[in-house]
Design a protein around this ligand. Structure first.
Ligand SMILES: Cc1cc2nc3c(=O)[nH]c(=O)nc-3n(C[C@H](O)[C@H](O)[C@H](O)COP(=O)(O)OP(=O)(O)OC[C@H]3O[C@@H](n4cnc5c(N)ncnc54)[C@H](O)[C@@H]3O)c2cc1C
Length: 286
């Protein structure tokens, strides 16, 4: 590992000041991505590492007085998986977190690190996009809140500056008429990075027709996006195997039109169709 300054921040303000004064800096949360990056030693190697892992104010999941759910960025994947609040209001986020790595990785890795690392296979991101989540970033210059769907600009790339600390992730709970699901395909069952994943939400009206549809594939598009083409064809329809398969095909066509045909396309276009169908089936029949 090449040398860097290690700074332990006693508060959010100190962390922001340290990142600005010792630039280029990297924040250290659970370290499950950052330590690998530092060991590799390539890319934009930081001059300093600002340890935020002791900042308790950045932990936890809570319902806010204005009806949102707020997650602190240092909340671990294990905490997301076992949260009763999330199980009730956004169960697919809990499910996604429970598929990440191994128990050790889930106990150490954080949702903030998963979002900020911005890997195409980051498992918490598809449910967060489907929830319409926003992230709040803080620096010595102030605070800004951005919708997650406007945050990512490519694999491992987002619009945060190096001195901006992610301080919260928030979203509206899913309406009680909605059901959600997360499915993931990896090379093996455990300790597996997603080759493809799908987060889905379906909500039904009184007649059992689909009134809310959200589909966000992971590792499929250059940047995460809702598969609006497929969502549209579900609205107002009664759920059926045929409809869910057609929606899967629509996502597959959209993926190919965005990425073009590559070595992996033959495999991915068939598999994404099935994963979307499966995710929609898991959302139930109303
Ligand atoms: C064996 C193994 C298996 C894994 N399996 C999976 C998997 O199945 N699915 C999956 O999605 N991921 C997986 N990961 C990746 C990793 O565990 C997650 O991305 C994790 O959530 C990162 O969180 P962290 O706290 O460890 O982040 P860190 O490594 O501490 O940080 C990651 C990046 O985010 C930045 N950062 C962290 N917190 C903040 C903040 N609050 N504000 C600003 N920047 C911040 C850091 O500076 C760094 O650039 C795996 C990793 C390993 C080693």
């Amino acid at each position: 590992m090449k040398p860097f300054d290690y700074i332990q921040a006693p508060s959010i303000t100190d962390a922001c000041i340290a990142a600005a004064e010792h630039s280029p800096a990297k924040f250290l949360a659970g370290g499950t991505d950052l330590l690998i990056e530092l060991r590799r030693g390539n890319g934009n190697y930081p001059r300093s590492v600002v340890d935020i892992s002791f900042l308790h104010e950045l932990r936890g999941i809570e319902a806010t007085p204005d009806g949102l759910i707020r997650i602190g960025p240092l909340t671990t994947h294990s905490e997301l998986s076992s949260s009763a609040l999330l199980r009730k209001n956004a169960s697919f986020l809990s499910s996604a977190a429970s598929t990440i790595g191994s128990p050790q990785i889930r106990n150490r890795g954080t949702v903030g690190g998963n979002v900020m690392n911005s890997a195409a296979c980051a498992d918490t991101v598809p449910p967060l996009i489907a929830l319409g989540a926003s992230v709040t970033l803080q620096s010595v210059e102030g605070r800004r809140t951005i919708t997650l769907s406007d945050f990512f600009i490519g694999p491992y790339k987002n619009i945060a500056r190096g001195d901006e600390l992610l301080t919260s992730i928030s979203f509206s709970p899913l309406p009680s008429v909605c059901r959600s699901s997360f499915v993931k395909l990896g090379r093996r069952n455990a300790l597996s990075i997603s080759r493809l994943s799908v987060a889905a939400v379906l909500g039904y009206d009184r007649d059992g027709r689909i009134a809310d549809a959200r589909i966000v594939p992971g590792s499929a598009f250059p940047v995460w996006r809702r598969a609006r083409e497929a969502e549209q064809m579900l609205l107002g329809e009664e759920p059926s195997d045929k409809l869910f398969t057609a929606a899967g095909k629509r996502v597959s066509e959209a993926m190919v039109s965005y990425t073009g045909r590559r070595w992996s396309t033959e495999y991915k276009e068939a598999v994404i169709t099935i994963l979307v169908r499966r995710a929609l089936e898991m959302c139930g029949r109303g």
